[in-house]
Design a protein around this ligand. Structure first.
Ligand code: SF4
Length: 549
């Protein structure tokens, strides 16, 4: 379809209804193609289905389209009354109630039912006089006269929708925050965060869900086979009986090592929007399967924004500051009460002075260098925050990555791989392009945007967990590791332990220090990616502001 034809495509009356509720909602649904069937949307659907079953013959539900109006829609019901046809619309909620006045229909409902009536008029070639809206929440029917004013509102709405369809930027959030409370797209739109970004006086309500539904499925056995059985995954691991895992309970799948995935299981992932990731047995990221083409408009905006060197520098400064400040805070809080010797004190001072220069660094290269220096000092100091009585084999000597040279680094590297997968998931959930970042240089083995956002979570999600699990003696220096001369990996047992620790951490809730509401770390990742997108779509300023306490 050509661009012009696409813009001329018939407008759904339900989209017109969304437009009148909030222009931004229309844009998110129609242009960015984000639709969420939440409880209220589902409730609306079941109401319509119940009515379809209950009502008598005089009621029908059918589709009508008009090239002339540029409109299409499914009418709930039509009745013949006093010689005239009347369109009926059913709403689960209540009408507009004003003190001392009769119940009235909401503006967006008026336009919706008027639009259906115009479609029916054209179909019957007969002028209609009124339409009716049944508000089941109040057991009230409101009559909507088909006046010239209401007809003109429909035409003006269609015109507005056409203009918005060809716009490249999102409309602002609506004035009334009450509307957002009932809006299914609030977790994507982040209206409260937007209002807070504009005025720090605003106290944001949490419309962003605190947790992600469903679990991350990790397949760790080298002999494992993941297949499909109807709407469920079927997992066979060695001698164990096959397990059926309903797809509705799973939001992502990670295959560690050589586990097999059937084509049927991949089809199920594609149908349910479940992302699948492959990691080597040693924890190296190998690749992912992500269904769907991705939202094009959002990615175009991302490309445009992240080709601006000024914006990339600002985002890089904030990311490096957030990471280094988290490292500093972790060192400070872990060395309270006697552990802070002269060496640690000197290292902390060095990190402090690097942190000061991060705000004024004049280029992304300088920031990368600064971040590297801070990381080296931080890793040099980490052995100093381990308890004196831990096994000697678990004490690291600096940071070694590819491959890890000691057990501590094997734990760190595996956790960072899990973190990579989780941030990757968050970026895909938001609809951004993981390969287009602002701080890390593009390289074939890792997506730069994932690496950029991941920096915000290294300390809070994994370093803290790794150190405290070692201090609590949760690791077995023999059975949890596979040690060779060149490298140290986690063994099967060690991997399972790390996965449990990681997933538990992802569900831990904490209070966002700026937005002042609680959510899981898993949700925080998605929130940060959405706040990152706001840096170029809405009011900037909230990305990378969170810190560990
Ligand atoms: S959350 Fe509010 S501003 Fe955002 S789309 Fe919904 S109604 Fe509009």
């Amino acid at each position: 379809m050509s661009a012009a034809a696409e813009n001329d495509a018939l407008l759904r009356v339900s989209a017109l209804h969304a437009l009148l509720y909030c222009e931004r909602l229309f844009y998110l649904e129609e242009v960015e193609e984000i639709r969420i069937a939440d409880a209220s949307v589902y409730a609306g659907r079941t109401l319509h289905e119940e009515l379809a079953g209950e009502e008598g013959e005089e009621q029908r539900s059918f589709f009508l389209s008009s090239e002339k109006l540029g409109l299409t829609g499914k009418l709930d019901a039509v009745r013949h009354r006093n010689g005239n046809w009347v369109v009926y619309e059913h709403k689960r909620g209540k009408p507009l109630l004003r003190k001392g006045e009769e119940p009235q229909a909401w503006e967006s409902d008026i336009i919706q039912v008027a639009a259906y009536s115009l479609l029916l008029e054209e179909y019957l070639d007969k002028e209609l006089q009124e339409a009716r809206i049944r508000y089941h929440g109040q057991n009230t029917t409101v009559i909507v006269p088909l006046t010239a004013e209401n007809r003109n509102k429909v035409i003006a709405g269609i015109d507005k929708a056409r203009k918005l369809r060809s716009a490249t930027s999102r409309p602002p959030v609506c004035e009334s925050s009450k509307k957002c409370l009932r809006c299914s797209l609030a977790p994507v739109c982040l209206p409260e965060e937007e209002r807070f970004a504009r005025s720090s006086e605003w106290e944001p309500l949490r419309l962003f869900p605190p947790e992600i539904e469903g679990a991350a499925l990790h397949v760790t056995g080298h002999q494992a086979r993941l297949g499909r059985s109807g709407d469920a995954f079927k997992l066979e691991e060695g001698e164990n009986a096959a397990r059926k895992l309903p797809s509705a309970d799973i939001h992502s799948i990670t295959i560690h090592g050589n586990g097999q995935v059937s084509t049927q299981a991949l089809h199920l992932c594609a149908g349910k929007g479940i992302h699948l990731h492959w990691f080597s047995g040693g924890g190296t990221y190998l690749g992912s399967f992500s269904p769907g083409p991705g939202p094009v408009q959002r990615r175009i905006r991302q490309y445009q924004a992240l080709t601006d060197p000024g914006l990339c520098l600002r985002l890089s400064r904030r990311t490096v500051r957030a990471k280094v400040e988290s490292q500093l805070r972790f060192l400070l809080r872990s060395t309270r009460g006697g552990k802070r010797n002269d060496r640690i004190e000197a290292g902390i001072e060095e990190i402090r002075s690097l942190l000061k220069t991060a705000s004024t660094a004049e280029g992304v290269d300088a920031l990368r260098g600064l971040e590297g220096s801070a990381a080296q000092t931080y890793f040099d100091l980490l052995p100093g925050i381990l308890n004196d009585d831990i096994q000697e084999e678990l004490i690291p000597s600096g940071r070694s990555r590819r491959p890890p040279k000691d057990r501590f680094n094997a734990i760190l590297s595996f956790g960072y791989s899990m973190l990579y997968r989780a941030v990757f998931e968050a970026i895909l959930a938001v609809g951004l392009e993981p390969a287009f970042g602002y701080l890390h240089t593009p390289r074939s083995s890792a997506h730069p945007l994932v690496m950029d956002v991941l920096e915000l979570f290294r300390v809070s999600v994994w370093d803290i967990v790794a150190v405290s699990s070692i201090n609590r003696k949760q690791w077995n220096a023999e059975s949890d590791f596979a040690v060779t001369k060149e490298k140290v990996w986690l063994s099967d047992e060690g991997r399972k332990k790390a996965i449990v620790l990681f997933e538990r951490r992802m569900q831990d809730k904490w209070k966002h220090p700026v937005l002042d509401y609680s959510l899981s770390w898993q949700r925080t990742m998605e929130l940060e990616v959405r706040l990152l997108e706001k840096e170029w779509t809405d009011t900037p300023g909230l990305f990378a502001q969170s810190r560990i306490r």
